[in-house]
Design a protein around this ligand. Sequence first.
Ligand code: ATP
Ligand code: MG
Length: 394
Amino acid sequence: MKEIILAKYGEIILKGGNRVKFENILLNNIRNSLKNVAEFNMRLAQATVYIDVSDSEKIDLVVERLSKIFGLVAITKAAVANKDIEDIKRVAKEYLEPDFRDGLSFKVEAKRSDKQFPLKSPEICFEVGGFLDDEYPNVRVDVHNPDINVRVEVRDFGAYVYRMENKIQGQGGMPIGTGSKATLLLSGGIDSPVAGHMISKRGVTIDAVNFFSFPYTSERAKEKVIELASILAQYTSKINLYIVPFTEIQLQIRDNCPEEHMTLIMRRFMMRISERIARRNKSLALVTGESVGQVASQTLAALDVTNSVVDMPILQPLIGMDKNEIIERSREIGAFETSILPYEDCCTVFTPKHPTTNPQRANIERTESRLDVEALIDKALEGVERIEVFPKGN
Ligand code: ATP
Ligand code: MG
């Protein structure tokens, strides 16, 4: 008996005249993500990608990869039958044998998208359900609350049988590469990886920038950021990570500016430098992980002070989320355990005891003007290191 994977896409369906373009990007992303995993054939019809994996032992690994591809909304393995009711019955019987254990109940649902098929959906249910009921006296039919939901689909290329319970949810969103590029300010914390995931889910390619304060922050802190980028890359494919040396800027701020302004001036430098890196790499926006009121530097007044130095859109997808919601997302994407590793971040090393919560742009600008902002930015940019980060597990 042969098993293949059916992967259904979501929002692309709304794309009208551009649909084929979006479909091709999705197929390309799937090809890329699977190229080191298994050999396979793939085709697309009726908003569903059919993936036929040559080595059946690799099929679960392929499903796991597909579950991280933006654009797909549902993924399931299914047994393949000919478009012939007797063959469908035969395949269903064999496929369900391991699941039909004593005392369980089942129900058959059918969908006929090939209208040439001689039996209508209710007739398919009746035929297949009756047959399974006869063949397996140890199980019974229950149409209201069955243990096992059997699904039969008669489609263009063939007929398919699977258990609804085995169908998994995809990531949703739009395929990466359909939505330009943005640059993520990636710290070692919980929030920014989630922010990156949310924007890339909309089809946006992501570059990442990290500010690093050697020797105040350790090599392990850097490895942690690379690890987070590689977790994110599981969803986006390879990520270019730019590591910016930040120590000199931080020391200059510490030595010349009031302590309570320290964080905000640091954040302004981060935004400016990120914008430069973004423009060099044809990124059209910055992405950061703030949520209103989470800390002193994320009040609306503080966001005004930090965001005003940049002249490109700043995407802050977590802006209205609670910490608990962000943590839940972080767990879902598999970043949480890495994010909470206790290595110091460039900001934690230089945190003021009493940061201002209601800062005025003019005041910050005045104290910041004691520094040679442009020269410091240029110097930091000279020291940027680029790392190509590949998906974790590849
Ligand atoms: P996170 O959990 O993402 O670190 P946070 O709640 O600690 O966020 P802040 O430290 O105020 O928030 O930083 C706000 C945003 O600024 C972060 O979400 C991130 O996008 C960016 N950022 C902060 N520190 C760095 C850094 N060292 N390198 C790159 N980006 C940073
Ligand atoms: Mg942080």
